[in-house]
Design a protein around this ligand. Sequence first.
Ligand code: NAD
Length: 505
Amino acid sequence: MATATATQTKTAGTVGLKQFIDGRWTQGTGKNEIRSVNPADTRQVLAQCRGASRQDALRALEAAQKAFPRWRAVPAPSRARIIEKVVHLARERKEELARILTLEEGKIFPEALGELEKGINLLEWYAGEGLRFMGHTAPSELPKNLLFTVREPLGIVSAITPWNFPWAILCWKIAPALVAGNTVVLKPSSLTPWLAVEFVKLFESAGLPQGALNLVIGAGSEVGDVLVEDERIEAVSFTGSNEVGVRVHALAGKRGVRVTCEMGGKNPCLVWKDADLELALAGIVKGAFGSTGQRCTATSRLILHEEVADSLVWQIVEFAGSLKIGDGLKPGIGLGPLIDANQLHAVLKWIEIGKKEGAKILCGGKRFTAEGCRNGWFVEPTVFDQVTPSMKIAQEEIFGPVLSVFRVRDFEEAVRISNHTRFGLTSAIYTQNLSLALRFIEESQVGMVHVNSPTIGGEAQVPFGGVKASGVGEREMAKEGILFFSKPKTVFLDYTGKKRESNIY
Ligand code: NAD
């Protein structure tokens, strides 16, 4: 087990955080103190607060309940205008927010800026959706009978989010929920509370009415259970691990409410012998080592045609060796830390399992403790060769910069390996052969497939999410986000003004 490397100290610079309930910033009443610690230098306590208790979560729900009738009565375009203001405010503070993201989560600053931009795109998209919050008309079987639908909000919804995209995931859940007219209780990961507070402050500054968005920062199950089980909640939007997601799905499903759970991945990238290898190399290393591998869409399985395997593998190893590891705020750094001691311990454990299973380690495999990194949760980028599909490292999400390589001879075998996991989030193929690309698109058991681009990424205007153990419920982002957070009401408007001679109804 990795141990903390140094004493954590609160300093004058430690930011004091609070809960946001019913439009007011208040102290939590939970037993635990929540600390946001810099994973690149764990001596630095960046922010702290008293955690929320069950009672705080219940108060947040009451506030959301009280605010709902007023918020749903605000016309959707006016609701969207508040999101538009958040877009402007976030743009003005983009660099500052990205800096907080790097400090708190660890991803390198350029990646943090990218996440900020992605989140802002999502907010922008959903602000536009406020003008398109519409139903449709349909021709009736009957004369002088108007059939149409209107969309309505669900009521109070909860959003439970992970630490690895502490900005973008908040954007893609909260914006559609609010635009659709729901009131929300947000529970971010307790590892990244600071950015969540800044996120909520933007909505406060943009003029969101009291109680429409509430923030509770607390440890997983105490607060989380309330936000899944309370009968006032009409929908639960969860992103996180499978262990927690499966539980959330079962509990919310038992009450018969809407639930979407976006969970883990074990994403394959297939490189065929005719691929542009320079392009493939760039995509593989970005997918595998970007965000220190702490992405649900990270490339964790590399399936190579044997004719190109050797040269590509050694180029990846060379690249891994050249990556500068360190504090993501420093220029030139290519790989930041893992989020915390648990994550470091888990990644190192998976590496040991891989070695015991007989996979051949080509580079990395250890904690990185060079000068300047001793007080952080750094791990070397790691490549395993000679991995077989049944090995645990080929099956389980590692969530670190660890890549497993398989070598194949025929396309059917490659597709079989790529589908041979319980996960189904995303996949990629590098090839110049159009029919192979189309076959891969058809046969890959995933929610998102990339051709000649890495397994990572998503855009506001297309749905995001997976199949199999990677996700249940409605997809997120795009129109699907709005559909999840709203329901249609069908209207039958008869304007004949007299009794009908019809047996249709
Ligand atoms: P996690 O499951 O540990 O935590 C996610 C959230 O659930 C946190 O806010 C946590 O406090 C909360 N939680 C914990 N116990 C709970 C309970 N009993 N009831 C309700 N809520 C509870 O996940 P994590 O470690 O924060 O994030 C990493 C995981 O998220 C990875 O598995 C990754 O693949 C996944 N992820 C998936 C996507 C996607 O869109 N598919 C995106 C990002 C991350």
